[in-house]
Design a protein around this ligand. Structure first.
Ligand SMILES: N[C@@H](CCC(=O)N[C@@H](CS)C(=O)NCC(=O)O)C(=O)O
Length: 121
């Protein structure tokens, strides 16, 4: 089982590396606004998780880089478990100024939130 997972993970990573999406081009001002709209957001991930690849590919298509934490190992795994309540990736930690962070699971919801923030920027 571990071997099959390793093979699948390697294929997923190779595919991600060989066929990256084309990144959108924005003016420097628009790019800055998009990046600012996503400040305080951190992505917890596993490297070879297909749902994480989906989110990473969306980010790449948007020309956005988020801070990323590997939740396969500690301290990321424990942070995710304590903060979000379960070890499932991808998960976004959304830091807030005056409140505790919120945690968002589900790749489609994560992409939707990022999309909305970029559109509002
Ligand atoms: N419906 C979820 C599925 C996420 C999912 O199944 N993630 C797997 C990794 S690919 C996971 O976190 N499994 C928990 C574990 O392996 O401990 C999504 O779209 O984000």
């Amino acid at each position: 089982m571990k071997f099959i997972r390793w093979i699948l993970g390697t294929i997923i990573l190779a595919w991600e590396r060989c066929f990256p999406p084309v990144s959108i081009k924005r003016t420097p001002e628009a790019q800055l606004k998009a990046e600012q709209a996503l400040r305080g957001i951190v992505l917890y991930e596993f490297l070879a998780c297909p749902f994480c690849v989906k989110v990473r590919r969306y980010l790449k298509s948007q020309g956005i880089e988020l801070p990323r934490i590997n939740a396969q190992v500690d301290p990321g795994r424990t942070e995710l478990l304590r903060g979000g309540g379960k070890v499932q990736v991808p998960c976004l930690r959304i830091d807030q100024d005056k409140a505790a962070p919120t945690w968002l699971y589900e790749s489609s919801d994560i992409i939707k939130l990022i999309q909305e923030r970029i559109q509002r920027a």
